[in-house]
Design a protein around this ligand. Structure first.
Ligand SMILES: Cc1cc2nc3c(=O)[nH]c(=O)nc-3n(C[C@H](O)[C@H](O)[C@H](O)COP(=O)(O)O)c2cc1C
Length: 184
């Protein structure tokens, strides 16, 4: 697949199954993150790789954070929350690691970390690896940040679920260019 085919054809894969991407495919995905646009070349990111039983520990963390806000969660809801990280063989957590810089505000560093995540989505797609960027309340919960070892100057940008695509690829809507691009 060439670059334009990947850019024009990428879709998310909400249903993922084993196996996880090969070591070679993963290396390509990780290296793609480093080519994100990055004002000041601050590399304002780091990534946590969560696979195998670590997904179960993440599920327990999700439950603990959810119960901290609502002690009356039903057993079914708790099971559903605990199983969320099991929706793919592996998850890469993108963390924006914000640096003090006179010309590069924190928001730009977050954009860079988001671009890194998008690059990984594209690298996955280009290799036939299924991927989906998820956030939800857990991405912004202080207990999750603490449990994953984030420090004050860090934020979760997303959970990148990776695996083998299960089921048919979803169809893609193609917007009209003129609806979004206008001459000024
Ligand atoms: C920052 C961010 C967070 C997202 N969080 C979720 C999420 O928690 N759950 C979800 O279903 N989709 C989420 N999405 C959207 C999907 O990743 C996906 O982009 C969307 O379903 C559109 O599908 P497509 O990527 O195939 O066009 C998120 C996207 C972004 C950029």
């Amino acid at each position: 697949m060439n670059a334009l085919e990947a850019l024009h054809g990428r879709t998310s894969a909400p249903r993922l199954t084993e196996p996880a991407p090969s070591a070679g495919a993963l290396e390509n995905i990780f290296r793609s993150a480093f080519r994100a646009a990055d004002h000041g070349l601050l590399r304002p990111w780091r990534f946590l790789v969560i696979r195998n039983e670590a997904r179960e520990r993440l599920g327990q963390l999700f439950v603990a954070a959810s119960q901290a806000g609502d002690e009356s969660l039903s057993p079914e809801r708790i099971t559903s929350i605990r199983n969320k990280p099991l929706r793919a063989p592996m998850i890469v957590v993108t963390i924006a690691s914000l640096k003090e810089h006179p010309k590069v505000p924190a928001c730009e560093q977050e954009y860079s970390a988001a671009c890194a995540t998008q690059n990984m989505l594209l690298a996955a797609h280009a290799q036939g690896v299924g991927a989906m960027w998820r956030t939800g309340a857990m991405a912004y919960h202080p207990l999750i940040a603490r449990g994953l070892g984030l420090v004050d100057a860090e934020k979760i940008i997303g959970f990148l679920y990776l695996g083998t695509i299960a089921g048919p690829r979803k169809s893609q809507s193609v917007p009209e260019i003129d609806d979004y691009f206008q001459e000024w």
